[in-house]
Design a protein around this ligand. Structure first.
Ligand SMILES: Cc1cc2nc3c(=O)[nH]c(=O)nc-3n(C[C@H](O)[C@H](O)[C@H](O)COP(=O)(O)O)c2cc1C
Length: 211
């Protein structure tokens, strides 16, 4: 089937994006409201966009054309944190996605322990294998969503997942990160991995000549 995306109803367009671009990492986002109360929500329209500088993006859907809390708070205060979600944090992450009214501290609601960030006011999630201290550098506004482009100022990785500090070797599989996949409520573990080295053109040509 071929889909003319702009002509589709919202729900169909969502199904297509949600069920094709998978697995998607989950950016567990912590912002602060005007009064300094933390707000927490998971986002799977999330990814790293490069490392020079270190950049991430979040796709924050609007409700009836209005920002949800995360986007509204980032507009007012561009510093926020993003944690990555381990399987052990899965249930707590899911609790922070409830449609709680503005002003509710979802970290407290879900019993999530935090610790202070180093450069920004929003807290880190203590149990997360990785936390990023971020600063929004661009907000792309669409009628149905806000795309936040942010620079990662500081990265925190739990020492348990650093296998060789001198070489910055990180034991990613040990983090047991979960990701969103197709359909409603489906998640994926990253346990089925394989390795493929990138070929160099010269070596590839030499191989072809030898055939
Ligand atoms: C795993 C998961 C991924 C989600 N991804 C997104 C997303 O990428 N964008 C979005 O707007 N909402 C997403 N949601 C829904 C929000 O987390 C939910 O609407 C939340 O209540 C928004 O909170 P806020 O009002 O504090 O921003 C996701 C929910 C879950 C459980």
């Amino acid at each position: 089937m071929i889909f003319d995306m702009a002509a589709l109803p919202f729900a169909t367009r969502y199904k297509i994006m949600n069920s094709t671009v998978t697995p998607r990492p989950i950016g567990w986002t912590v912002t602060l409201d005007d009064a300094g109360v933390p707000n927490c929500a998971p986002h799977s329209f999330f990814n790293a966009m490069g490392s020079d500088p270190a950049m991430v993006v979040l796709g924050l859907m609007k409700l009836k054309g209005e920002d949800k809390d995360t986007a509204a708070y980032i507009r007012a205060r561009p510093d926020f944190t993003i944690a990555l979600v381990s399987e052990a944090d899965g249930e707590r992450m899911n609790l922070t996605a409830t449609d709680s009214p503005r002003g509710v501290n979802e970290l407290a609601l879900a019993g999530i322990a935090t610790r202070a960030a180093t450069r920004i006011a929003a807290p880190l999630i203590a149990s997360a294998p990785v936390n990023f201290e971020c600063r929004a550098v661009d907000l792309l506004d669409y009628p149905g969503q806000t795309v936040v482009v942010a620079e990662v100022l500081v990265t925190h990785i739990d020492d348990a997942f650093i296998s060789d500090a001198a070489r910055t070797h990180i034991d990613t599989p040990a983090m047991k990160l979960i990701a969103r996949t197709h359909g409603a409520g489906w998640y994926q573990r990253g346990t089925d991995q394989f390795q493929m080295q990138r070929p160099e053109y010269k070596a590839l040509m030499a191989e072809k000549r030898a055939d």
